[in-house]
Design a protein around this ligand. Sequence first.
Ligand code: SF4
Ligand code: SF4
Length: 68
Amino acid sequence: MAKLTFREELCKGCGLCVNACPKHLLSLSNTRLNQKGYSPVEQSDPEKCTACAFCATMCPDCVITVEK
Ligand code: SF4
Ligand code: SF4
């Protein structure tokens, strides 16, 4: 199973990674804000992640790290 790490404090809630995930595993938080006041990205169903890293590639702020 892949392991995703989020540098959450850098996330600006733009949603580019959400749209990039072919498995639809990413969403913006409905309940939390980060230090910048944005809804940070969250991952659901991590066991379904294929480690394709499309999300990390898409993020303009290098928030996401994908490890296999
Ligand atoms: S690595 Fe791929 S499957 Fe996993 S969350 Fe990112 S885009 Fe989705
Ligand atoms: S992780 Fe990156 S691409 Fe995803 S919402 Fe945050 S800033 Fe945007």
